[in-house]
Design a protein around this ligand. Sequence first.
Ligand code: URA
Length: 310
Amino acid sequence: MSRRARFLEALGITAEWLPRTRADAPQAQAVSEAVAVGAPVAEVAAAVIDDAIADGIAEPVTVAAQAAAPVAQAAPALETAIPVVPAAAAAMPVSRAPVEPPLLPAGPEPDSAQAGREAAIAAMAWPALDAAVAGCTACGLCQTRTNTVFGVGDRQAEWMLVGEAPGENEDLQGEPFVGQAGKLLDNMLGALGLARGRNVFIANVLKCRPPGNRNPEPAEVAQCEPFLRRQIALVRPRVIVVLGRFAAQSLLRTTTPIGKLRGTVHTYEGIPVVVTYHPAYLLRTLTDKARAWEDLCLAREVHDRAGAGA
Ligand code: URA
């Protein structure tokens, strides 16, 4: 059975209906650093615009039609289209879509307290970062969380997955993607020959659960993003797969809808980024699962190409 067929089977859909493809610090030091960055700072605005209808509508077509233009056919073209080092992988377009022009500017300059906090976090090793997240009181979410959700997996992984924020189960267990969406995510990883904790690190933009699973607020993202930024810098993956509109727009600092962010290789701190749908969305929207498979194939190609130059 092909990888794609296995993926679709793992996702629980038949192959009959598919979407139309249109055009190391000591602990004491860690704790003191954590306290230092927990200090309240001035508000920093980050533009995250609610765009709930951005995911597009798929129309069913037959497998035969889908097979006429599979992702696999893009592979030879990618041989020449994607450069060999991760830092440059997004500088050239992949075969099916051009790299986007620069996205929105970063927003207002942080004040000096925020800049100091960000600089402290940017210098942390894993133990300090762990402790800083665990003890963070930089936004109001600390008052309602059960656990912080730092992230899980191989800290030297070649793959990094970034979601939005912990939900109820994640808040209770302190681990990302452990609910229904997490099961689907595990299936998606399995279809790629990956597994949670094996060459994959999974994290969220927010480390604490927004109450009632409401959307994260810009000030919360602004306080939490330095943690994710440091995690990415420490893992230094070959490719980042961003799950869902919110995480994609936060990480890439854009308001572009997810339907337009997909299919293009972006960059974050020089690391190639591929955007796909959030597993929770895929649970509700059967028809976009095949598109998610295309995204993962693109991520695999970017990953492999980056490895070829390593
Ligand atoms: N959704 C997310 O984005 N992250 C989680 O950890 C769980 C659900």
